[in-house]
Design a protein around this ligand. Structure first.
Ligand SMILES: [Zn+2]
Length: 526
């Protein structure tokens, strides 16, 4: 089917705003920039970079992303109030293509209980907010929050009014994940029938997955004429998340017959690498059976299926794994591999590292891993890069670990950390209920940072007895949820690395290295 211009669907990614807002998914500035660069490479049309009024961090992140990316439009979110709009305008000012995204709730339940405003007042505010934002930035998107639960006729009046006020995109959000595919399609059709000036704007949709229908609802809206979908990588987002970009994009690419030939500009072979990147920077694992990007998405276990795929791939595979960028696991490197081979493989896996970083990785962790593990797979290399290069600033680095455990005795861990700012080593020991508990306690004593563990998972990076273990954990640090990740052939060491990663993450958001505490100083002397 030929690609028609009026069938193009704009991909608006909100991984860095709605996605980042979800528990455990917070990212620091370095990580946000990394994700923004990956989104640009992926071919995303609009990047919603944050909600500038909410914090100085968010403001700085939006501003940095606006300066960093060249091709995509960079949007900043704002409530429909002056100070939000002005702050968002300031944050996106340096973007080549800036956008402000203003929202105001329109549903009865939000009007009566949250805003305590009548319909007429909502209309007036929506128009005033749109005009104010429009004066700052030509590209202006308006969202009637909770549109899916708004009376269709009132919604049509709001949409018409904000288009008249200059909104170039009007987004219809199902903020609470309430819509069904049929009902949502009819709502979009209703707008096309009842908003006389609708041709002057792009209709967008933003669906939440509370009932598992975000992707289906978005696709139905596209059938009804919506030409922008808001989505996130891996379906990250508030509560059950947003519509998953990889699913929407591949549904359109795989079934043009079902969606009238609608298409996106996404480079589908970057979907899998981008999914992995977002998973590692947020610490939120992707379910194995997740559509398109899950580990099992292209695995065939049953003999009949596997046999069929070998004879002809399309017997049981509707998408080519290569089309979404899944690199098949294969033996790549070993102890005798050279630096050139290593560098080449990193490039093929999509990592863009400096010569220094490559050298540090090759002579450091790669050599060490090759000594412990004969066969090094792509997943091992990814794990190395993730734990060595693309992490948050390290206030502390693991130098040594010794654990004594066994039946009857009290598990004891001795941990040595380096305080990176000063280069000084600190060492302490602790006992615990088990070896992992002992390690965590020793690290807490050394760093003087207390975390409350809420989740701890361990898995192997590849198959095989000598495979590397990956530990992912989630913990409470005061009000915040922080995640941590560590990889090693030794699962206790992986646990220590994951816990330390979470601590580094916790303190890095507080504005860099934490000053050594009295207790840490005392420990240094002993
Ligand atoms: Zn949302």
């Amino acid at each position: 089917m030929a690609k028609q211009a009026d069938k193009r669907v704009i991909v608006f990614d909100t991984t860095l705003r709605d996605g980042e807002q979800s528990p455990g998914a917070s990212m620091n500035l370095t990580e946000k920039l990394e994700v923004a660069r990956a989104l640009e490479l992926l071919g995303v049309d609009v990047i919603e970079a944050g909600f500038p009024i909410t914090s100085q961090d968010d403001f700085e992140a939006v501003r940095a992303i606006a300066k960093e990316v060249k091709k995509p439009i960079v949007a900043g979110l704002a409530r429909c109030v002056d100070k939000d709009i002005d702050r968002a305008a300031e944050a996106v000012a340096d973007a080549r293509r800036p956008r402000i995204h203003v929202f105001l709730a329109t549903s009865r339940i939000h009007r009566e209980h949250k805003l305590r405003k009548a319909r007429s007042e909502i209309l007036r505010l929506a128009v005033e907010g749109t005009e104010r934002a429009k004066a700052a930035v030509g590209d202006l998107q308006f969202s009637p929050e909770d549109a899916a639960r708004t009376e269709p006729d009132f919604l049509a009046r709001v949409v018409e009014a904000v288009i008249d006020a200059g909104a170039t995109t009007v987004n219809i959000p199902d903020t609470v994940g309430w819509a069904t595919p049929d009902g949502f399609r009819r709502l979009i059709e209703h707008l096309f029938e009842h908003v006389p000036n609708i041709a002057k704007t792009v209709i967008a949709v933003h669906c939440h997955d509370d009932l598992g229908m975000a992707v289906a609802n978005s696709l139905e809206a596209v059938r009804a004429g919506a030409r922008q979908v808001e989505c996130t990588i891996n379906g990250l987002g508030e509560r059950a998340g947003n519509a998953a970009m990889e699913e929407i994009v591949m549904a359109l690419a795989t079934r043009p017959d079902a969606y009238g030939g609608c298409w996106t500009n996404i480079r589908t072979d970057r979907l899998y690498p981008t999914s992995r990147l977002v998973s590692r920077v947020t610490g939120l694992a992707v379910a194995r059976n997740k559509a398109v990007v899950g580990e099992n998405a292209f695995a065939h276990e049953s003999g009949i299926h596997a046999d069929g795929v070998l004879k002809k791939r399309t017997t049981y595979e509707i998408m080519d794994p290569k089309a979404v960028g899944v690199a098949k696991s294969r033996l790549v490197l070993g102890k005798h591999s050279g630096r050139h081979q290593f560098r080449q493989r990193l490039k093929e896996l999509g990592f863009r590292l400096s010569a220094d970083e490559i050298d540090r990785l090759f002579f450091g962790s790669f050599k060490a891993l090759a000594d412990r593990k004969k066969e090094i797979f792509d997943e091992d290399i990814e794990a190395l890069v993730e734990s060595e290069v693309m992490t948050i600033p390290e206030t502390w680095r693991l130098q040594g670990l010794q654990v004594a455990t066994g039946t009857g005795g009290m598990p004891t861990a001795t941990v040595e950390l380096e305080e990176t700012e000063t280069g000084e080593a600190v060492r302490d020991a602790a006992t615990g209920d088990g070896p992992v508990d002992a390690i965590f306690r020793a690290i807490e004593r050394l760093t003087d940072v207390a975390l409350k563990l809420s989740d701890y998972q361990i898995r192997s990076v590849t198959a095989g007895k000598e495979a590397q273990g990956e530990v992912r954990l989630e913990a409470q640090y005061g009000e915040r949820t922080v995640s941590g990740r560590g990889v090693s052939t030794d699962v206790l060491e992986a646990s220590a690395r994951a816990f330390l990663n979470a601590i580094n993450r916790a303190v890095s958001r507080e504005g860099g290295a934490k000053a050594p505490t009295k207790r840490a100083r005392r420990k240094r002397r002993t």
